[in-house]
Design a protein around this ligand. Structure first.
Ligand code: MLT
Length: 264
Protein backbone atom coordinates (compact mmCIF):
# COMPACT_ATOMS: atom_id res chain seq x y z
CA UNK A 1 0.00 0.00 0.00
CA UNK A 2 3.00 2.30 -0.05
CA UNK A 3 1.57 4.32 -2.93
CA UNK A 4 -2.12 3.72 -2.28
CA UNK A 5 -4.26 6.77 -1.81
CA UNK A 6 -7.65 6.68 -0.19
CA UNK A 7 -11.06 7.90 -1.32
CA UNK A 8 -11.54 11.44 -0.02
CA UNK A 9 -15.00 13.05 0.16
CA UNK A 10 -15.55 16.75 0.78
CA UNK A 11 -18.83 16.60 2.69
CA UNK A 12 -19.02 20.21 3.92
CA UNK A 13 -17.67 23.38 2.27
CA UNK A 14 -15.54 25.89 4.05
CA UNK A 15 -12.08 27.33 4.50
CA UNK A 16 -9.32 27.32 7.08
CA UNK A 17 -8.34 24.27 9.05
CA UNK A 18 -10.54 21.34 7.95
CA UNK A 19 -12.15 18.59 9.97
CA UNK A 20 -10.73 15.23 8.83
CA UNK A 21 -13.35 12.57 9.56
CA UNK A 22 -12.33 8.94 10.07
CA UNK A 23 -15.12 6.37 10.27
CA UNK A 24 -15.72 3.39 12.54
CA UNK A 25 -15.83 -0.32 11.76
CA UNK A 26 -17.33 -1.90 9.68
CA UNK A 27 -18.52 1.33 8.08
CA UNK A 28 -17.24 3.98 5.67
CA UNK A 29 -17.39 7.77 5.13
CA UNK A 30 -21.19 7.68 4.79
CA UNK A 31 -21.55 7.54 8.57
CA UNK A 32 -20.57 11.25 8.67
CA UNK A 33 -23.16 12.52 6.18
CA UNK A 34 -25.96 13.09 8.75
CA UNK A 35 -23.53 15.11 10.89
CA UNK A 36 -22.38 17.31 7.97
CA UNK A 37 -25.90 18.75 7.74
CA UNK A 38 -25.49 20.15 11.28
CA UNK A 39 -22.05 21.77 10.91
CA UNK A 40 -22.01 25.57 11.00
CA UNK A 41 -21.30 27.33 7.67
CA UNK A 42 -17.62 27.85 6.88
CA UNK A 43 -16.19 24.66 8.44
CA UNK A 44 -14.65 22.45 5.79
CA UNK A 45 -15.12 18.71 6.41
CA UNK A 46 -13.26 15.94 4.58
CA UNK A 47 -14.31 12.33 5.15
CA UNK A 48 -12.05 9.46 4.09
CA UNK A 49 -12.69 5.80 3.47
CA UNK A 50 -10.03 3.89 5.42
CA UNK A 51 -8.07 1.14 3.57
CA UNK A 52 -10.39 -1.53 2.16
CA UNK A 53 -13.57 0.31 3.26
CA UNK A 54 -16.07 2.10 1.02
CA UNK A 55 -14.33 3.24 -2.16
CA UNK A 56 -10.76 2.85 -0.88
CA UNK A 57 -8.41 0.14 -2.15
CA UNK A 58 -6.75 -2.21 0.29
CA UNK A 59 -3.33 -2.46 -1.29
CA UNK A 60 -0.87 -5.13 -0.23
CA UNK A 61 0.50 -3.92 3.09
CA UNK A 62 0.08 -6.08 6.21
CA UNK A 63 -2.84 -5.10 8.44
CA UNK A 64 -1.90 -2.25 10.79
CA UNK A 65 -3.44 0.98 11.99
CA UNK A 66 -0.08 2.67 11.42
CA UNK A 67 -0.38 1.76 7.74
CA UNK A 68 -3.92 3.18 7.76
CA UNK A 69 -2.65 6.40 9.38
CA UNK A 70 0.16 6.63 6.81
CA UNK A 71 -2.37 6.25 3.98
CA UNK A 72 -4.60 8.96 5.50
CA UNK A 73 -1.63 11.33 5.79
CA UNK A 74 -0.39 10.57 2.26
CA UNK A 75 -3.86 11.10 0.79
CA UNK A 76 -4.43 14.43 2.52
CA UNK A 77 -0.98 15.83 1.81
CA UNK A 78 -1.40 14.69 -1.81
CA UNK A 79 -4.68 16.64 -1.92
CA UNK A 80 -2.93 19.78 -0.64
CA UNK A 81 -4.13 19.48 2.96
CA UNK A 82 -1.14 20.17 5.22
CA UNK A 83 -2.91 20.04 8.59
CA UNK A 84 -6.31 19.35 10.09
CA UNK A 85 -8.49 18.62 13.09
CA UNK A 86 -8.60 14.84 13.08
CA UNK A 87 -11.92 13.34 14.17
CA UNK A 88 -12.08 9.58 14.65
CA UNK A 89 -15.07 7.46 15.60
CA UNK A 90 -14.10 4.16 17.27
CA UNK A 91 -11.70 2.47 14.79
CA UNK A 92 -11.25 5.94 13.27
CA UNK A 93 -10.15 7.11 16.73
CA UNK A 94 -7.51 4.39 16.87
CA UNK A 95 -6.24 5.64 13.49
CA UNK A 96 -6.41 9.27 14.68
CA UNK A 97 -4.13 8.43 17.64
CA UNK A 98 -1.70 6.59 15.33
CA UNK A 99 -1.69 9.66 13.05
CA UNK A 100 -1.03 12.00 16.01
CA UNK A 101 1.88 9.77 17.03
CA UNK A 102 3.40 9.50 13.54
CA UNK A 103 2.66 13.00 12.23
CA UNK A 104 2.09 15.33 15.22
CA UNK A 105 2.71 18.39 13.01
CA UNK A 106 -0.31 17.48 10.88
CA UNK A 107 -2.78 17.31 13.78
CA UNK A 108 -4.01 20.70 15.05
CA UNK A 109 -6.73 19.18 17.20
CA UNK A 110 -8.18 15.79 17.98
CA UNK A 111 -11.76 14.60 18.45
CA UNK A 112 -12.06 11.09 19.83
CA UNK A 113 -15.62 9.90 19.41
CA UNK A 114 -16.91 6.65 20.94
CA UNK A 115 -13.41 5.24 21.01
CA UNK A 116 -10.63 4.40 23.43
CA UNK A 117 -6.87 4.78 23.79
CA UNK A 118 -6.35 1.36 25.38
CA UNK A 119 -5.41 -1.86 23.57
CA UNK A 120 -7.58 -4.97 23.21
CA UNK A 121 -7.80 -7.60 25.91
CA UNK A 122 -6.44 -11.01 24.88
CA UNK A 123 -10.03 -12.28 24.64
CA UNK A 124 -11.10 -9.43 22.34
CA UNK A 125 -8.02 -9.96 20.18
CA UNK A 126 -8.78 -13.65 19.79
CA UNK A 127 -12.38 -12.85 18.86
CA UNK A 128 -11.25 -10.39 16.17
CA UNK A 129 -8.82 -12.89 14.62
CA UNK A 130 -11.53 -15.55 14.56
CA UNK A 131 -13.93 -13.19 12.78
CA UNK A 132 -11.23 -12.16 10.29
CA UNK A 133 -10.64 -15.83 9.50
CA UNK A 134 -14.37 -16.58 9.06
CA UNK A 135 -14.97 -13.54 6.86
CA UNK A 136 -12.07 -14.47 4.62
CA UNK A 137 -12.77 -18.20 4.47
CA UNK A 138 -16.42 -17.74 3.51
CA UNK A 139 -15.96 -14.50 1.56
CA UNK A 140 -18.87 -12.85 3.32
CA UNK A 141 -19.40 -10.03 5.81
CA UNK A 142 -22.14 -12.06 7.54
CA UNK A 143 -20.04 -12.53 10.73
CA UNK A 144 -20.22 -8.75 11.36
CA UNK A 145 -23.85 -8.25 10.34
CA UNK A 146 -25.00 -8.41 13.95
CA UNK A 147 -22.84 -5.39 14.79
CA UNK A 148 -25.30 -2.58 13.91
CA UNK A 149 -27.59 -3.61 16.78
CA UNK A 150 -24.65 -3.29 19.19
CA UNK A 151 -23.51 0.04 17.75
CA UNK A 152 -26.84 1.69 18.59
CA UNK A 153 -27.83 2.56 22.14
CA UNK A 154 -31.01 1.29 23.79
CA UNK A 155 -32.77 4.62 23.16
CA UNK A 156 -32.00 4.54 19.41
CA UNK A 157 -33.09 0.90 19.17
CA UNK A 158 -36.46 1.98 20.58
CA UNK A 159 -36.98 5.43 19.07
CA UNK A 160 -34.76 5.61 15.96
CA UNK A 161 -35.33 2.11 14.62
CA UNK A 162 -34.78 3.01 10.90
CA UNK A 163 -31.10 3.71 11.77
CA UNK A 164 -30.64 -0.03 12.18
CA UNK A 165 -31.52 -0.63 8.52
CA UNK A 166 -29.24 2.21 7.41
CA UNK A 167 -26.29 0.79 9.35
CA UNK A 168 -26.98 -2.73 8.04
CA UNK A 169 -26.96 -1.40 4.48
CA UNK A 170 -23.58 0.28 5.07
CA UNK A 171 -22.13 -2.89 6.61
CA UNK A 172 -23.40 -5.09 3.74
CA UNK A 173 -21.61 -2.74 1.33
CA UNK A 174 -18.16 -3.56 2.75
CA UNK A 175 -15.76 -6.10 1.26
CA UNK A 176 -14.79 -9.27 3.18
CA UNK A 177 -11.10 -8.53 2.53
CA UNK A 178 -11.43 -5.02 3.98
CA UNK A 179 -13.32 -6.28 7.03
CA UNK A 180 -10.70 -8.99 7.73
CA UNK A 181 -7.83 -6.49 7.28
CA UNK A 182 -9.41 -4.01 9.70
CA UNK A 183 -10.06 -6.67 12.34
CA UNK A 184 -6.43 -7.80 12.22
CA UNK A 185 -5.16 -4.21 12.27
CA UNK A 186 -7.28 -3.39 15.35
CA UNK A 187 -6.20 -6.60 17.12
CA UNK A 188 -2.60 -5.54 16.71
CA UNK A 189 -2.87 -1.99 18.03
CA UNK A 190 -0.95 -0.88 21.12
CA UNK A 191 -2.20 1.21 24.01
CA UNK A 192 -1.84 4.85 22.88
CA UNK A 193 -2.62 6.71 26.12
CA UNK A 194 0.89 8.21 25.93
CA UNK A 195 -0.01 9.93 22.64
CA UNK A 196 -2.74 11.87 24.42
CA UNK A 197 -0.40 12.72 27.28
CA UNK A 198 2.09 14.20 24.80
CA UNK A 199 -0.34 15.89 22.41
CA UNK A 200 -0.33 19.65 22.96
CA UNK A 201 -3.39 20.73 20.95
CA UNK A 202 -7.05 20.88 21.98
CA UNK A 203 -8.83 17.55 22.36
CA UNK A 204 -12.55 16.80 22.36
CA UNK A 205 -13.70 13.48 23.78
CA UNK A 206 -17.26 12.53 22.82
CA UNK A 207 -19.17 9.47 23.97
CA UNK A 208 -22.74 8.24 23.85
CA UNK A 209 -24.07 7.79 27.39
CA UNK A 210 -25.31 4.34 26.30
CA UNK A 211 -22.12 3.28 24.50
CA UNK A 212 -21.58 -0.35 25.51
CA UNK A 213 -18.52 -0.94 23.28
CA UNK A 214 -16.27 1.95 24.35
CA UNK A 215 -18.18 3.09 27.44
CA UNK A 216 -17.99 6.50 29.17
CA UNK A 217 -15.28 5.17 31.54
CA UNK A 218 -12.93 4.87 28.53
CA UNK A 219 -13.80 8.44 27.51
CA UNK A 220 -13.05 9.67 31.03
CA UNK A 221 -9.68 7.89 30.92
CA UNK A 222 -8.82 9.78 27.68
CA UNK A 223 -10.06 13.08 29.11
CA UNK A 224 -7.80 12.65 32.14
CA UNK A 225 -4.80 11.68 29.99
CA UNK A 226 -5.02 14.65 27.59
CA UNK A 227 -3.52 18.02 28.49
CA UNK A 228 -6.40 20.15 27.16
CA UNK A 229 -9.58 18.08 26.83
CA UNK A 230 -13.31 18.74 26.86
CA UNK A 231 -15.67 15.81 27.44
CA UNK A 232 -19.14 15.62 25.88
CA UNK A 233 -21.47 12.83 26.95
CA UNK A 234 -24.36 12.52 24.47
CA UNK A 235 -27.56 11.46 26.23
CA UNK A 236 -29.71 8.83 24.53
CA UNK A 237 -26.93 7.70 22.17
CA UNK A 238 -24.78 4.58 22.03
CA UNK A 239 -21.55 3.72 20.21
CA UNK A 240 -22.66 5.37 16.95
CA UNK A 241 -23.36 8.81 18.47
CA UNK A 242 -22.54 10.79 15.27
CA UNK A 243 -25.33 8.86 13.52
CA UNK A 244 -27.71 8.69 16.49
CA UNK A 245 -27.48 12.37 17.50
CA UNK A 246 -25.59 14.13 14.72
CA UNK A 247 -26.47 17.62 15.91
CA UNK A 248 -24.98 17.05 19.40
CA UNK A 249 -21.73 15.67 17.94
CA UNK A 250 -21.57 18.45 15.30
CA UNK A 251 -21.89 21.01 18.11
CA UNK A 252 -18.95 19.40 19.97
CA UNK A 253 -16.87 19.49 16.76
CA UNK A 254 -17.78 23.13 16.10
CA UNK A 255 -16.62 23.98 19.62
CA UNK A 256 -13.35 22.10 19.08
CA UNK A 257 -12.87 23.99 15.79
CA UNK A 258 -13.18 27.32 17.67
CA UNK A 259 -10.70 26.13 20.33
CA UNK A 260 -8.19 25.12 17.64
CA UNK A 261 -8.50 28.44 15.81
CA UNK A 262 -7.87 30.27 19.14
CA UNK A 263 -4.92 27.94 19.96
CA UNK A 264 -3.07 28.41 16.63
C1 MLT B 1 -15.93 0.50 15.65
O1 MLT B 1 -17.03 1.00 15.82
O2 MLT B 1 -15.08 1.02 14.91
C2 MLT B 1 -15.60 -0.78 16.34
O3 MLT B 1 -16.53 -1.04 17.34
C3 MLT B 1 -14.23 -0.70 16.88
C4 MLT B 1 -13.80 -1.95 17.57
O4 MLT B 1 -14.24 -3.05 17.17
O5 MLT B 1 -12.99 -1.84 18.49
Amino acid sequence: MTSTTLALHEIHDGGGVPLVLLHGFPLDHRMWTPLAAHLPPGIRALALDLPGAGHSPLGSVAPSLDAAAAAVHRTLVGAGVANGIVVGMSMGGYVALALAERHPGFVDGLALVDTKASADSEEARTRRLKIAHEVEMNQTVDPVLAMPATLLGATSLQRRRPLLTTLETWVRGQSPAGVAWAQRAMADRPDRTHVLQQFDGPVSVVVGAEDAITPPAEAEHMERAARDAALTVVPGAGHASPVEDPSAVAAALALLHRRVVRHR
